[in-house]
Design a protein. Structure first.
Lengths: 194, 201
């Protein structure tokens, strides 16, 4: 049961975006549509899982005083791998996400989980933690992206749902903040009642 | 329970070296593996850009590519588009170094009579939300270049440049708060037209 908990906490109890409010920069910047949010979330999940596994495997070998630079090099390597693979096989998504892909390196969630979990647990548990946190992040981004796309572009996953252009503000930065704020308020309200 | 490796000077240096070395090797490997697919997708993007900016053609413009020298030692690539042997347009891959974020690369399609058929931005490093509006998908800025009758634009301020923003006595409506990017786009277009003039003779 405890193992399952490690995995599921990333979705609701300790959701990176709605509860812990980490990694908000890519959250706000890439959720202009559902598919962009999902793509970004999955790329981040891959880096999170791989870096969690590797870091938990080498944690005893890395002297405490150089753990931060070592973790960063490991994380940055996986981000570069994701970047190269995306550029090669999904160039359209790569063009859309642009600068935010290399920014995954400084996404607080990744270094945060490395410090808080991977450096203190075994590889399998770290993998579960990374997967749960990452997919929870992807879920949050997809929800945010979907709401912004529905309200701002009149479509979801590029399928048009109503005629007309929607309210442009939701595709721009202010709309991101507004929608995120309301979503957090909604989730807080729902978890109060639960 | 194994002990955590101590933070002695030697340990730290060795571990940092090993971590970086292994990372470098892994990345070199992935770079090699993705080099070809990345080159392929860049080529596809180029083909798509050419198809976007000139009228329908049935030859292979990339094969028939030739270079036109521009100022200094630079040159631009020109892709002729033919239908049934006759020229239907030229796609010129032009650039400008005057972008706000540096080099911008634009594909400009010319009709045989010098009208601009259509344009497509290939590469840029402009500010998202401002200069990136030169992209067709982000704003209608580039639409004003479609069907532009370049040969008949007058050079109002006699500085030898005909495609300019209104701030410089030209006819192009710049992107609000992105004059530098707009100027760079005009510079790239002007360069392409000057190159095009050389083959028109």
């Amino acid at each position: 049961m405890k193992k399952l908990n490690i995995f599921t906490k990333g979705f609701f109890k300790e959701n990176a975006v709605f509860v812990m409010m980490l990694g908000l920069c890519p959250t706000l910047g890439t959720t202009t549509s559902a598919i962009n949010g999902l793509g970004m979330g999955l790329a981040t999940t891959f880096v999170l899982v791989m870096s969690n596994i590797v870091i938990s495997l080498v944690k005893r070998q890395i002297p405490d005083q150089v753990r931060i630079p070592s973790f960063i090099v490991i994380i940055a390597s996986f981000v570069t791998i994701v970047e190269l693979v995306m550029q090669a096989y999904v160039p359209d998504l790569y063009d859309v996400l642009g600068l935010f892909i290399p920014l995954i390196v400084v996404n607080c969630i990744i270094l945060g989980r490395a410090e808080a979990f991977a450096s203190k647990n075994n590889a399998f548990d770290s993998m579960l933690d990374g997967l749960g946190m990452g997919l929870g992040f992807a879920m949050a981004l997809t929800i945010l992206g979907s709401v912004r796309e529905i309200l701002g572009s009149g479509s979801i996953f590029n399928i048009s749902i109503y005629k007309g252009d929607g309210a442009l503000v939701f595709v721009l930065a202010p709309g991101a903040f507004i929608v995120l704020g309301y979503l957090i308020a909604l989730i807080n309200r729902l978890s109060e009642k639960a | 329970m194994a002990k955590q490796r101590e933070s002695t000077f030697v340990n730290m240096v060795v571990v940092l070296f090993l971590v970086s070395a292994i990372a470098a090797i892994a990345l070199a490997f992935v770079y090699q593996a993705t080099k070809e697919p990345i080159a392929k997708s860049k080529l596809e993007k180029k083909k798509k850009a050419i198809r976007n900016v000139v009228s329908e053609f049935d030859n292979n413009p990339i094969e028939d590519m030739f270079k036109i020298p521009v100022e200094g030692a630079d040159s631009v690539e020109c892709y002729p588009a033919k239908k049934e042997g006759k020229i239907v347009g030229y796609a010129v891959k032009t650039y400008s170094k005057k972008g706000f974020g540096g080099l911008i690369s634009v594909m400009i399609g010319f009709d045989p009579d010098g009208h601009i058929h259509k344009t497509a931005v290939l590469e840029h490093h402009e500010t998202p939300g401002l200069g990136d509006k030169m992209q067709r998908s982000k704003s209608t800025f580039s639409n004003q270049f479609d069907n532009l009758d370049v040969p008949n634009i007058s050079d109002k301020d006699n500085d030898g440049i005909i495609i300019e923003v209104t701030k410089d006595q030209g006819t192009v409506d710049a992107i609000t708060a992105a004059t530098i990017s707009s100027r760079a786009f005009c510079d790239a277009t002007e360069r392409a037209y000057n190159a095009f003039k050389k083959i028109k003779k």
